[in-house]
Design a protein around this ligand. Structure first.
Ligand SMILES: [Cu+2]
Length: 139
């Protein structure tokens, strides 16, 4: 019984060693291969200034699948290069909405928007007003 366990451990150690050297070899051989699932999308993100630019772009920094995110404050256009297999365009827009910026598809919540610095509170399309807001006074 004890001998068997020792044997398995030994085999495991050898296997580990061989995979390690194998992966080291294959790594150096395949270094030039570039991921080819990347997609480039350009879409509008509402915003004002350079500070918005930083906030918008940082919402996609360190996100898996994002290769490049660039927002232009003059044109308000966002260019994202991403790996479709790791993140979808909707998820990207959702991330941007989470830091306070509207896109065609996802709207930032009032709370996040209101927390943006004053200069960053871009003009957003007015929210539809309730038809009942001016009726029904009971005083
Ligand atoms: Cu701003």
């Amino acid at each position: 019984m004890k001998k068997n366990i020792l044997k398995i451990t030994l085999i495991g150690a050898i296997a580990l060693m061989s995979t390690e050297s194998f992966s080291t070899n294959s790594f150096s051989d395949n270094r030039i291969i570039v991921a080819n699932n990347t997609k480039t999308e350009t879409f509008k993100v509402f915003g004002n200034c350079g500070m918005c630019e930083r906030t918008i772009e940082s919402s996609l920094a360190n996100i898996k699948g994002i290769e490049k995110a660039d927002w232009n404050k003059e044109t308000k256009m966002m260019k994202v290069i991403f790996d479709e297999k790791q993140i979808s365009l909707d998820e990207i827009k959702q991330k941007i909405a989470e830091v306070g910026y509207d896109t065609d598809k996802f709207r930032a919540t009032e709370k996040v928007y209101n927390n943006l610095p004053g200069c960053c509170q871009y003009d957003r399309p007015a929210k539809k007003k309730s038809h009942n807001s001016h009726n029904g006074h009971k005083h």
